[in-house]
Design a protein around this ligand. Structure first.
Ligand code: NAD
Length: 260
């Protein structure tokens, strides 16, 4: 379905980004992976994805908090694979603390990685997409792009901002064959969430088990974590020709969380 398409997936050495990368590769897309990790583990992932799906897979280690590195990621994809058709803005970090003690450097980092990186990457790839009259911009926000929780001021602000950016892109690019959509997952069991369980236990003064039951899944009506593969299937649809008329949407995949 996505043969000859080239996708950049930010933050794809782990969790949701890796799952989406595999989903796009399974449909024939060539990939540029990005994210942090051990060099040998990343090379294993890159080579394994290439072998398993028979597509070209490259890796670029841009720190998404650094605009000049974000731009070099876009240039690298174009130089190595010839074009960029699909961008998945997925890289993200979380920091949990009451607002009056929220570390200022953490605020800046959460905004830079979760929101500004999407602006810089999209800005760099749009000219090529416009020229080819095809583009798919997919942003991984969160249920926290639609609603708020205490102790997550920077994350909630960044994810709400990502929805605003996506809607604006949808309007600006609508006549050029480029769509922009946001996926808003509920809780997904990934390394990011594993870390949050510990952080939230400290912030709320409760046990890790109570965090999962009473905080994380309390609003998620299905009482189950969202699966990475479910998000990958939605991203594949958004990248496909069948989704040409879907633009500017904020798609909750959250087990019913944001219905409350
Ligand atoms: P994760 O921690 O498993 O993966 C995050 C990825 O981002 C990793 O590959 C990491 O190396 C990369 N990354 C972090 N900082 C980076 C930087 N400065 N530059 C480049 N790469 C960087 O997290 P995840 O749970 O898979 O989260 C992925 C996205 O999904 C995030 O934007 C997150 O906010 C969002 N999300 C996650 C959940 C969840 O429950 N896990 C729910 C809603 C939204």
């Amino acid at each position: 379905m996505l043969a000859k398409k080239v996708a950049i997936i930010t933050g794809s050495t782990s969790g949701i980004g890796l799952g989406i990368a595999r989903g796009l590769a399974a449909q024939g897309a060539d990939l540029v992976l990005n994210g942090f990790g051990q060099a040998d583990e990343i090379e294993f992932l890159r080579a394994e994805t290439e072998r398993r799906y028979g597509v070209r897979v490259r890796y670029h280690g841009a720190d998404m908090s650094r605009p000049e590195q974000v731009r070099s990621l876009a240039l690298y994809a174009q130089a190595e694979l010839g074009r960029v058709d699909i961008v998945v803005n997925n890289a993200g970090i979380q920091h949990v603390a009451p607002v009056e003690t929220f570390d200022e450097a953490k605020w800046d980092a959460v905004l830079a990685i979760n929101l500004s990186s999407a602006f810089h990457l999209v800005k760099a790839v749009i000219p090529g997409m416009r020229a080819r009259r095809f583009g798919r911009l997919i942003h991984i926000a969160s249920a926290h792009g639609l609603t708020a929780s205490p102790f997550k001021s920077a994350y909630v602000a960044a994810k709400h901002g990502l929805l605003g950016l996506s809607k604006t892109l949808a309007l600006e690019l609508a006549e050029d064959g480029i769509t922009s959509n946001t996926i808003c997952p509920g809780y997904v069991k990934t390394p990011l969430v594993d870390k949050q369980i510990a952080d939230q236990a400290r912030a709320h003064g409760i046990s890790p088990e109570q965090v999962v039951r009473d905080v994380m899944l309390s609003h998620q009506a299905r009482k189950e974590f969202v699966q990475v593969e479910e998000l990958a299937a939605l991203a594949v649809f958004l990248a496909s020709d069948a989704a040409a008329s879907m633009t500017g949407a904020a798609l909750a995949m959250d087990g019913g969380w944001t219905l409350h």
